[in-house]
Design a protein around this ligand. Structure first.
Ligand code: SAH
Length: 253
C-alpha cells in the first residue's frame, strides 16, 4: 500500500503528467482538494469503482482517517493536489503523519499554476541581464510571514515576483510596492490559468487596483510583478549566441 501525492496541474486536464494519469488509473481510493482541483481533471482516468473523497471541508485528522482506512484494507491512495504539490501544497503535515505511522508514500510533481500563468501571458520569467531570479511568495494575511521575508524586502531585488494566495490583498500589495518599485512597474494577474474560465489582467502598480475592482477576480489567481512583462529591448540568451561555445556547440577549429 502506498500514498501518492500527485500534482494535478493548474486545471487543464491535459496538463496532468503521464505518471499522474497512470497512478490515478490504478488507485482504488482518491482524495482530492476539491476547492482547487475540479473533479473533471482526473475523473476521466479514475477507476469506475474508485472511492473518491473531496478533502476541501476535511481536517487533517479526517484526511488521515481516510488514509488509515485505505491502509487497513491495503488499498493505494491517490492524494491529488493542485499545481505542483511542493508549492503551498500543505503536504508536509500529511507526510509527517504518514512517517509516524510508517506508511509508504511518493510525491509526483505537477505543472504549477505560476508557470501556467506565465505561459498564458506568453512570457519568460527570467530574461538575461534584466532578472535571472524568481521569488515565489505570498502577501502576509492570516498566515504570518517570517520576519526576513516581508514583501517590501523581497521587492528590493527587482527580481520577478510571483504571488500565490494573495489576490484579495492586491490593494495592500500595491501600497507596499509603489514606494520601492514605482507607479509604472508592470504587473499581471492570471485568474484560473489554463482553464476555460481563465482571465488575464495587466497593468502597472499605479493602475491595477482600479482595473481589478471592475472585474470579478477574487480567488484562484497568480500575480506576477516583473520587468519581464514589459521588456522589449532585452539581451538575447548566450545559449544560442553564434559567438558563444559550449558542450553542445563547439568551436570548429
Ligand atoms: N500547489 C499549487 C498552489 C496551491 S496554493 C501550485 O503549484 O499551483 C493555491 C493558490 O494557487 C491559489 O490561491 C492561487 O494563487 C494559485 N492557483 C492555483 N491554481 C491556479 C490557476 N489555475 N490559476 C491561477 N492561480 C492558481
Amino acid at each position: 500500500m502506498k500514498v501518492y501525492f500527485i500534482g494535478a496541474g493548474p486545471g487543464d486536464p491535459e496538463l496532468l503528467t503521464l505518471k499522474a494519469v497512470r497512478i490515478i488509473e490504478k488507485c482504488p481510493v482518491i482524495l482530492y482538494t476539491g476547492s482547487l482541483v475540479p473533479k473533471e481533471v482526473f475523473n476521466l482516468y479514475a477507476r469506475k469503482d474508485a472511492e473518491i473523497y473531496d478533502t476541501a471541508s476535511m481536517t487533517l485528522e479526517e484526511i488521515m482517517d481516510k488514509i488509515l482506512y485505505a491502509y487497513n484494507k491495503n488499498l493505494d491512495v491517490a492524494r491529488i493536489h493542485t499545481g505542483d504539490p511542493t508549492i503551498y501544497g500543505a503536504i508536509a503535515e500529511q507526510i509527517r503523519e504518514l512517517e509516524k505511522k510508517q506508511i509508504d508514500y511518493e510525491i509526483i510533481p505537477g505543472v504549477s499554476s505560476f508557470t501556467a500563468a506565465a505561459c498564458s501571458l506568453k512570457k519568460e520569467l527570467t530574461l538575461p541581464e534584466l532578472t535571472q531570479t524568481i521569488i515565489i511568495t505570498r502577501m502576509e494575511g492570516r498566515t504570518p510571514m517570517p520576519e526576513k521575508e516581508k514583501l517590501k524586502d523581497l521587492a528590493k531585488h527587482e527580481s520577478t515576483l510571483v504571488l500565490f494566495l494573495s489576490i484579495n490583498l492586491l490593494p495592500k500589495i500595491v501600497e507596499e510596492l509603489i514606494p520601492i518599485l514605482g507607479e509604472d512597474f508592470p504587473i499581471a494577474i492570471v485568474y484560473k490559468a489554463s482553464t476555460s474560465e481563465e482571465e488575464i489582467l495587466t497593468g502597472t502598480l499605479g493602475n491595477i487596483v482600479e482595473k481589478w475592482k471592475q472585474t470579478k477576480i477574487r480567488s484562484q489567481s497568480i500575480i506576477i510583478i516583473s520587468k519581464v512583462l514589459e521588456a522589449k529591448d532585452f539581451a538575447a540568451s548566450r545559449l544560442y549566441d553564434k559567438n558563444f561555445f559550449h558542450k553542445f556547440r563547439k568551436r570548429l577549429v
